[in-house]
Design a protein around this ligand. Structure first.
Ligand code: ADE
Ligand code: ZN
Length: 326
């Protein structure tokens, strides 16, 4: 009870959230109606019940299909605004949001459509809720590095809106080493760097993200536990891991929430944070992820406080603003 109250009331930061993964079935349905798009579902409930996954790829197929209903600036505004309202409800005071430009540009929707939609929602949330919002441009790793270089170049008019670049989509077979040039270029441009690694992929991919891409944070990284020298490095360097418990359960990275290693990673002294990844698809927003840990992993108040502090420490906020929340 008291823990649940604390989970809700503590000011929190969220650092691993794909905006396309916050598309709720109802909004997907409404946008399909608006644009006369035929969905392979009979109703909103049928969309919801299709969200049962065997692995990452299986989820990604549905996630890219779902994103196809996003067509005009108002759609991207509605998507972003809905998520920022969820943040406000959960006392998330700072969020760093990933978006996948290639998912949209590949189907003929360009930056000039989605960026102004995002910008309008972010301005409104800043004004009405006083929250801070950063954007992370994420490259799709199943596509070529050339495509990622194009995505980075095409974002040029919007660089001032973007804090970091990231790497997501199908991990196995698409190692970080495939993207060394585009990450070097992004670093040169002054962006912070993150990459998904060690979700389904092996610890070697985490090493590559650190040593070849020079990332500031690892998204997921839960498989790092299989490599003791990597664990020592992550601890010593205090490299943040943005862990997503419900995502790991839904995508069968773990079989049971009770077997999740997040508390062990925390107890080992790593800088881990809790995040929702794709809340609409994985059955819960940030609060629900904390509740799952409280339920299945006997989360202590101290561990909760540490995880919440870590969310600010691991953020890209300037030092002075971090201190304000710590
Ligand atoms: N894109 C959206 N969610 C993802 C995840 N959990 N892993 C990789 N790519 C993603
Ligand atoms: Zn993710």
């Amino acid at each position: 009870k008291r823990l649940k109250h604390l989970i809700h009331t503590l000011p929190k930061a969220e650092l691993h959230l794909h905006i396309e993964g916050s598309l709720e079935p109802q909004l997907m349905w409404d946008l399909a109606q608006k644009h006369n798009i035929a969905l392979p579902f009979a109703n909103v409930e049928a969309i919801q019940s299709a969200y049962q996954f065997e692995n990452l790829q299986n989820f990604l197929d549905l996630y890219y299909q779902g994103a196809d209903v996003l067509r005009d600036e108002d759609d991207f505004f509605a998507l972003m605004w809905a998520y920022l309202c969820k943040c406000y409800e959960q006392n998330i005071v700072h969020t760093e949001i990933m978006f996948d430009p290639q998912t949209h540009t590949q189907r003929g929707i360009d930056y000039a459509v989605f960026m102004p939609g995002f910008a309008r929602a972010i301005q409104k949330a800043k004004a009405e809720f006083g929250m801070s919002v950063y954007l992370i441009l994420s490259f799709l790793r199943h596509l070529s590095e050339l495509s990622a270089l194009e995505a980075l170049a095409d974002a040029r008019p919007y660089y001032s809106m973007i804090t970091a670049v990231g790497l997501d989509s199908s991990e196995l077979g698409n190692p970080p080493s495939k993207f060394t040039h585009v990450f070097a270029q992004a670093k040169e441009l002054g962006f912070k760097l993150v990459a998904h690694a060690g979700e389904e992929g092996p610890p070697e991919y985490v090493w590559e993200a650190l040593e070849l891409l020079r990332v500031d944070r690892i998204d997921h990284g839960v498989r790092s536990i299989e490599d003791s020298s990597l664990m020592a490095y992550l601890k010593e360097q205090q490299i943040p891991l943005t862990v997503c418990p419900l995502s790991n359960l839904k995508l069968r990275v773990v079989n049971e929430m009770s077997q999740h290693n997040i508390i062990q990673l925390l107890d080992d002294g790593l800088l881990v944070t809790v995040n929702s990844d794709d809340p609409s698809y994985f059955g819960g927003y940030l609060d629900d992820n904390f509740h799952a840990l409280a339920h299945h992993l006997s989360l202590s108040e101290q561990a909760l406080a540490q995880l919440v502090c870590n969310s600010f420490t691991a953020s890209f906020l300037p030092e002075s603003q971090k201190q304000h929340w710590l």
